[in-house]
Design a protein around this ligand. Sequence first.
Ligand code: RIB
Ligand code: CA
Length: 313
Amino acid sequence: MPAQHRIIIDTDPGQDDAVAILLALASPEIEVLGITAVAGNVPLALTEKNARKVCELAGRPDMKVFAGAIRPLVRKLETAEYVHGKTGLDGPELPEPTMPLQDQHAVDFIIKTLMKEKQGTVTLCPLGALTNIALALIREPRIASRVKEIVLMGGGFFEGGNVTPAAEFNIYVDPHAADVVFRSRIPIVMMPLDVTHKALTSPARLAAFRKMGSRVGIATAEMLEFFERFDGEKYGTDGGPLHDPCVIAYLLKPNLFKGRKVNVAIEIGSELTMGMTVVDWWGVTKRPKNATVMRDIDADGFFALLVERLGRL
Ligand code: RIB
Ligand code: CA
């Protein structure tokens, strides 16, 4: 019986990416066809290595990990070591990976998989800049009609931005790639800061991971303790927003989320608002409704799902 969701995770680990990957690998409803790394939180050499570290932490050295774009389509790469630490996965001491990195380029893997698998059966789950996804669409436009849907973490509207007043990091790093993806007509489910800022860690929620006593539980608590310190200070909260796992939680329990299908357009002209996701929430334009934008989450249900699933690893 094929898994309910057959996905490719495109990612820039990143502690929150790591938790999203663990959640996916812990869930039998999901078959991860491959993990493609992109430059974002830290440079590509680290994001691909971190993706392999997380697979080994999950007991999945068999997982196929691919390296993708080393920089955005047009702009210079901007990274976020100030949030994630110099390794991009600061917090736990994770051993150097021994599992191989695949020789095939991530973009070729995305294209080949989508052209090979039955139409409408593969979901793309981008957790970082959209460079790999855009490159795949530019290189092989036929994949656009073959993707089941894209469920991504990125953007922000009522909540504003986290890297400029207008832009969220994943979109800001590669706004041109985001523009390609949001114009692709592929069905998109978007997890913006408006919803991820309601999925806040807390001492009690972190204690639940540590209490597992497993390598995964303790490493998750250590990753999130490190990760939350920057955002906790920035937003004056006693925890940090757990962005990327919202993507995987949506696949597992979509009813944890509430949103609306609207138009989303990407600013690529103005330096002031570069990378802004302009969300037509009130339908004041006739622009096509290209994305379901999530604004609400059952945060307790989300964390209960995380603890239950990571407890299986
Ligand atoms: O803005 C938050 C997003 O940027 C998350 O995906 C985080 O991992 C970073 O990539
Ligand atoms: Ca990420």
